[in-house]
Write a protein that binds this ligand. Structure first.
Ligand SMILES: [Zn+2]
Length: 429
């Protein structure tokens, strides 16, 4: 890890009071460009592909910190080991009175915020001594980050840990080492704030069918979804994040379902007294490796930390969060509606076709979803094929749900007529 300093991670915070400073910025006035510049300037190299292993991740972070004058500002400590014995590490930044805990990738295939935490750590270690934001955060906050809580799942890029358990359904039983570690760190810090960092299914849309870039949630602490002071503070924190992000990705922020999930960590963190916000990175067009979402997570997290440190959080309006549209799950990636499907016999049939990608972010591996009358069905992309003809290459002679899609969309009732579109798309089209 280079010249990092191991400090006692579990030293009690000196006080439990929140910053009392008068607000210096209103929500919405925040200077996002300065925070995005941090994301760009301190981007850790070696994480350009969103699939990386524990070894690759800590190698990249270690290289970024090596030889940085400020690496002594960062302390890294092992807080436990995964089922397969991988080291789960906590990084602590700052020594202020307010304790903030961030954890990412408890689902092994949800790596976006893990990249963002690397960038923030890099900035913390590398920015000039006089950097006003870092100094303000360091004075007011004690920030603990656990990037990649589930390294065994990350190794295989799967959701579950090496016991096959969804760690985010283990908050009650604490059967997994990963779940126990998270609970132990929270308890030892008595964290005031929690950031539960995930990636949501990318087949999720807002009310207008737009891909959701980021969904937010202040999880419920009980069945009644009541607004006690702990959850209310998480609601304001979510609002600060929503107000910051809506400038960057208008129409692509949504609210996650707030049904109480008694086994999940976010809900229990709230019950345990840690005001917790769930940040779910979704998908943006033309961002297959989620590098733009990585950048927006840096922005969201720094803006949120700043609002806690400067005290503006305490008076922030909840409206930017309350007014968010709900996340909607979408079954289909692409719909071709209104066209005629021409089978091998040359007969044209009035059929709509749904396409579902194996990897909806990269749009690879197209498969047939439902075929037939799909008028009014939802999809992330809907193509009006009225007056057009679809020429599928048929597997085993029939159109088959789940079968690989290879088709061309053409202008005329002849397979030689003008090509409009091909699925999958070929390079150069
Ligand atoms: Zn998740």
């Amino acid at each position: 890890m280079g010249a990092v300093v191991l400090l006692s991670l579990f030293a009690p915070a000196p006080g439990r009071l929140l910053g009392q400073a008068a607000p210096v910025t209103e929500v919405g006035d925040r200077d996002s460009s300065a925070l995005l510049a941090i994301a760009d300037e301190y981007r850790v190299p070696g994480l350009e592909d969103r699939r990386f292993t524990h070894e690759e991740y800590w190698g990249a972070v270690g290289s970024a910190l090596d030889a940085q004058e400020g690496s002594g500002r960062v302390s890294v400590a092992e807080v436990g080991r995964s089922v397969e014995g991988r080291s789960i590490r906590a990084v602590t930044l700052g020594q202020g009175p307010v304790s903030v805990l961030l954890w990412s990738q408890m689902h092994g295939d949800e790596s976006t915020a893990t990249m963002s935490l690397a960038d923030i750590i890099h900035w913390w270690a590398s920015s000039p001594e006089s950097d006003p934001l870092r100094r303000r955060l360091a004075d007011h906050l004690a920030i603990t980050m656990i990037p990649m809580l589930n390294p065994d799942g990350a190794e295989r890029f799967i959701r579950y840990d090496a016991l096959g358990v969804d760690v985010n359904r283990d908050a009650r039983r604490l059967a997994t080492p990963e779940g126990r570690i998270l609970k132990a760190v929270r308890d030892s810090l008595q964290a005031d704030f929690g950031f539960n960092l995930h990636d949501q299914g990318t087949r999720t849309a807002g009310p207008d069918g737009e891909l959701v870039g980021i969904a937010l949630l202040a999880p419920a602490a009980d069945e009644e979804r009541s607004w006690g002071p702990v959850r209310q503070r998480a609601r304001r924190l979510s609002a600060v994040i929503a107000a910051t992000l809506r400038e960057e990705i208008p129409g692509r922020i949504a609210r996650y379902d707030d049904s109480f999930t008694p086994r999940a960590f976010g809900d229990n963190m709230q019950r345990w007294g840690t005001s917790t916000v769930l940040i779910e990175s979704g998908a943006l067009p033309d961002d297959p490796q989620k590098q733009e979402l990585r950048r927006l997570n840096v922005l969201a997290i720094l803006a949120a930390l700043e609002s806690i440190a400067e005290g503006s959080l305490e008076t922030a309006s909840t409206a930017p969060y309350d007014d968010l549209p709900m996340n909607v799950d979408i079954e289909n990636d692409l719909l071709l509606v209104g066209g005629q499907v021409v089978t091998e016999s040359g007969v044209a049939h009035p059929l709509d076709v749904a396409v579902v990608y194996d990897d909806p972010v990269a749009r690879t591996g197209p498969r047939y979803g439902e075929i037939g009358d799909l008028t009014g069905e939802r999809a992330l992309e809907i193509v009006d094929a009225t007056g057009l003809y679809l020429y599928p290459e048929l597997e085993g002679g029939i159109l088959r749900r789940g079968g690989e899609v290879r088709l061309s969309v053409r202008r005329g009732a002849s397979p030689e007529s003008e090509l409009v579109r091909r699925i999958p798309e070929l390079a150069g089209e």
